[in-house]
Design a protein around this ligand. Structure first.
Ligand code: UD1
Ligand code: UDP
Length: 379
């Protein structure tokens, strides 16, 4: 069986490590994987570092699309992916998550009848102003095999009319939904021990035995809206009076801090000795930071979940989340970009640190399960 895997943005590169590892370990003779990097993310610390660190095979193709408006970026990717699919004639295309690289892969493949495997299917924010919500809905509705990490994802697909007890052969018109656990849980378990021995970021940052908050901010709804960006950073400045904050800065945010932050807030931010703003870190370094942090504050989908995997409370800088279970279990709080709510959430978790993190993301073997289903479906 031949699959073409599309990656492009940081979280997709990391997710792909789990599938490539499972292919290499269990199915090297049965599955050939062709990796296509769209080039959506291209800085070394947003892309190459993950290939170097996580054992992901080098991409067979790189489309080098770079940054552009949604339409231009997606169109360039779609054109490049279509050419590759025609040349490679795979049994499946594998798409991760909800980025523009996902959307481009879905549109290219569906029109020329290459069956789509969507990993992270069914997730919804019910907020169509997010580019990701459009991307994931289109991708799900073009897919043949839909792997949902959570029960909430399965329920969303059910509501949208996906069949639940259907029989093979599976096609775009008879798609199959699986509840399979989270591929990033596979990765976090696998790399946690490696991270413990192979990175020294905690000592590099002088954080041994020092409580700190790990923060990330990159959602366009937060970075592109000056009011929201100012509220988030004012909250960070306030929190830094009580605790060290480590902020690996996404390039989008680095760019927009210059234009969208009020002068006074920017000055306070860069003068706050307790806020450590650092370039994006590697995945192993990120795991080390997540494991040692007292609390995580983020608008990232991936980082929210990893906080849960490592049993840390999480303040979500969004009005809603696709990972509803982590809020329902009381381990995360939706604080939006609201300074008072962010501070209140911090105080809540300081007073009532959560201790119970039920298993809701599978058993760490989602990748193996998915590959078994692909092999069955390709018969
Ligand atoms: C994208 C995804 C988002 C995902 C995020 C993960 C879409 C619509 N959004 O958002 O769902 O959560 O990736 O990180 O696909 N830039 C660099 N260097 C890079 C990459 C980006 O400087 O290597 C800067 C550029 O100024 C670029 C901006 O970041 O314009 C945004 O990059 P883009 O890939 O368009 O969107 P993200 O915000 O990264
Ligand atoms: N990540 C990383 N280095 C960083 C920030 C994040 O390796 O400096 C990892 C993080 O551990 C998670 C993934 O990148 O696995 C999440 O990506 P991101 O926050 O960019 O996107 P999202 O998950 O919101 O789509």
């Amino acid at each position: 069986m031949k699959i073409v895997t599309i990656i492009g943005a940081r979280p997709q590169i990391i997710k792909a490590a789990a599938l490539s590892r499972a292919i290499k370990t269990h199915y090297a003779n049965e599955i050939q994987e062709i990796i296509v990097h769209t080039g959506q993310h291209y800085d070394d610390n947003m892309s190459q570092v993950f290939f170097d660190e996580l054992g992901i095979p080098s991409p067979d193709y790189n489309l080098h699309v770079g940054s552009a408006s949604h339409g231009v970026q997606t169109a360039r990717m779609t054109e490049g992916i279509e050419d590759i699919l025609i040349k490679e004639q795979p049994d499946f295309i594998v798409l991760y998550g909800d980025t523009n690289s996902t959307l481009a892969g879905a549109v290219a493949a569906a029109k020329i009848h290459v069956p789509i495997v969507h990993i992270e299917a069914g997730l919804r924010s019910f907020n169509k102003s997010m580019p990701e919500e459009i991307n994931r809905i289109v991708c799900d509705h073009c897919s043949t095999l839909l792997f949902s990490p959570t029960q909430a994802g399965v329920e969303n697909l059910k509501r949208e009319g996906f069949p639940m007890d259907n029989e093979p052969p599976f096609t775009i018109d008879n798609p199959k939904v699986y509840h399979c656990g989270d591929i990033m849980y596979d990765n976090s378990l696998h790399f946690a021990e490696v991270a413990a021995t192979k990175t020294n970021i905690i000592s590099q940052l002088g954080l041994e035995n020092k409580p700190f908050v790990l923060a990330t901010v990159h959602r366009n709804a937060n970075t592109d809206e000056p009011m929201r960006l100012n509220a988030i950073f004012s909250a960070l400045i306030e929190l830094s009076k009580e605790c060290v904050i480590v902020l690996p800065l996404h390039p989008r945010t680095a760019k927009l801090l210059k234009t969208n932050l009020e002068d006074r807030t920017r000055e306070q931010l860069f003068n706050a000795s307790n806020i450590k703003i650092i370039p994006p870190v590697s995945f192993l370094e990120m795991i080390a930071l997540e494991r040692h942090a007292r609390l995580v504050l983020t608008d990232s989908g991936g980082v929210q979940k990893e906080a849960y995997f490592f049993k840390k409370p999480c303040i979500i800088l969004r009005p809603e989340t696709e990972w509803v279970e982590i809020v329902q279990t009381g381990n995360a709080i939706l604080a939006d970009a609201d300074e008072a709510r962010i501070i209140a959430a911090w105080k809540h978790f300081e007073t009532y640190p959560p201790t119970d993190f039920p298993d809701i993301f599978g058993n760490g073997q989602a990748a193996e399960f998915m590959l078994e289903q692909l092999l069955k479906a390709s018969l």
